[in-house]
Design a protein around this ligand. Structure first.
Ligand SMILES: *Cc1c(COP(=O)(O)O)cnc(C)c1O
Length: 468
């Protein structure tokens, strides 16, 4: 599904030019939300940048995920969709997703604390992390949280814990099927030398895994997450296929269904070029169904760990343009959204390009002929640009820019450069009559909080230390 071309030459002058195709309904909702956010001063002179989340959109994506797997799984198959908390580490969002039937995948004590604060039960929480401490493991086992061990040393620690106290926690092993990487090296976790899981194709590794399971009747799960963003779907399916084949082999050797659950990871890529949602969960589930026919037979419970694909399309960074200037003949809009909210885009622009939409001072779509310009952030380094040479209606000071598709891994994953405060985050919903209501998800960080986090309580701590 692709919307009409939204170029100045093709589209009506109602939507902001993003230089790409957009879905009209999504665009209308977003335009209304931007207008209302400006009118209600969620952004303004005091708060020059904010994150906005489309709550109906998030609910829709969660429902699509569940429906996609429901369509293919045998009735009664346990399926847990555990949202990867790192994609949007915001407690109200985790609770919303829980209401929509999702659990949480956590990878640190902080993420676990957020999931618990959101009220996500232990039985719907999965702990994956390559560096779990003994204390984290002990807590997870005591709470009954599913744990996927990353490596032989971690498994040995779990041996000790299981021997010393009984646990109801489902325990699994993460494997790396080594099927290769995707478009973005840093996001590819199934390369030959990836740091994650047990490298299944290394010499002797497969036999080691089989033996490790046969020796531990409580090891009942296998887990693989082969990458995030930029992974071809066929390669993802190949990773799941490898996981399934391994489970079959273990169960055959064990003479019983020891491995009862397969954790397929997340990683469905997101389209950052337009409002079209592609690929869809249904396409992916359908592909898995044909590539790994036994997967949905009901012989295995399933866990998924999607993050970006649930949230990305539903988030917008809204920022004021502080100044408009030019250098070397190039117009530059100096805005309040840069590396602190769009870290990956700024540092690795080729891998993470995002759409930018232009709005005027009142938050109405800005119109005008496209002019190639730089959209800069507030950080004090030259590369702090969210878009370079991007054709957009010429921005003026007091205007606004919206960074689209930023609901996952952008404003929720703030980077504290230049001591820029974490922006406020607001959920919105549009009523049938077009009015927009907001709810605060996260208040903007105050300068007091920021100073406290920077050691204000220890201002005197260095006094005299190291003096002669
Ligand atoms: C990051 C991560 C995910 C989520 O990846 P997305 O690309 O956001 O879907 C899932 N599982 C694990 C183990 C991860 O590290």
């Amino acid at each position: 599904m692709t919307g009409p071309k939204n170029g100045p030459e093709a589209g009506p002058a109602t939507g902001p030019s993003t230089g790409s195709t957009t879905d009209p309904a999504t665009r209308t909702d977003r335009d209304r939300a931007v207008r209302a956010a400006v009118a209600q001063r969620l952004t303004g002179p005091g708060e020059p940048v904010a994150g906005l989340l489309d709550i109906a959109g998030i609910r829709r994506s969660a429902a699509e995920l569940r429906a996609a797997f429901d369509e293919f799984t045998a009735p009664g198959t346990p399926v847990l969709h555990a949202f990867a908390v790192k994609a949007a580490s915001l407690v109200p969002v985790l609770r919303l997703l829980a209401q929509e039937g999702l659990g949480c995948e956590v990878a640190s004590p902080g993420e676990l604390a957020l999931a618990r604060a959101a009220g996500v039960p232990a039985a719907r929480t999965v702990l994956d992390s390559p560096a779990k401490t003994p204390a984290e493991l002990r807590e997870a086992l005591a709470l009954g949280i599913a744990v996927n061990a990353d490596n032989p040393e971690e498994l040995a620690r779990i041996d000790g814990l299981v021997a010393s106290a009984p646990t109801t926690a489902p325990l699994g092993l993460r494997v790396n099927p080594q099927i290769g990487g995707g478009r973005i090296g840093a996001m590819s976790t199934a390369t030959d030398t990836s740091k994650f899981g047990i490298a299944l194709r290394d010499e002797g590794a497969r036999d080691w895994v089989v033996r490790a399971c046969l020796d531990r009747p409580w090891l009942t799960r296998l887990h693989a997450h082969v990458g995030s963003q930029g992974m071809p779907l066929a390669l993802m399916a190949e990773g799941v296929r490898a996981l399934y084949d391994l489970a079959e082999e273990i169960n055959e050797r064990a003479g019983r269904a020891q491995i009862d659950t397969l954790d397929l990871g997340g990683g469905l890529p997101v389209n950052f070029d337009s409002d079209a949602v592609t690929p869809t969960y249904r396409e992916y589930a359908g592909l898995l169904h044909s590539a790994v026919p036994g997967l949905f037979s009901g012989r295995y419970g399933l866990v998924t760990e999607f993050g970006r694909s649930l949230l990305a399309k539903h988030g917008t960074v809204l920022a004021r343009v502080e100044y408009a200037k030019s250098a070397g003949g190039r117009p530059i809009a100096v805005t309040h959204a840069g590396a602190q909210v769009a870290t990956r885009t700024v540092f690795v622009p080729d891998a993470w390009p995002i759409r930018v939409a232009a709005y005027d001072a009142e938050g109405r779509p800005r119109t005008g002929p496209p002019v190639a310009q730089d959209i800069a952030g507030p950080c004090c380094f030259a590369g702090d640009l969210v878009a370079e040479n991007r054709p957009l209606p010429l921005l003026a000071s007091g205007d606004h820019v919206a960074l689209l598709d930023t609901g996952a891994y952008y404003f929720s994953t703030h980077f504290a450069y230049n001591s820029l405060p974490r922006p406020g985050v607001y959920g919105y919903a549009t009523a049938p009559d077009g009015t927009v209501r907001f709810a605060t998800i996260r208040t903007p960080q105050t300068l007091e909080e920021l100073t406290a986090e920077s050691g204000a309580a220890h201002a005197d701590a260095l006094h005299g230390l190291g003096e002669g």
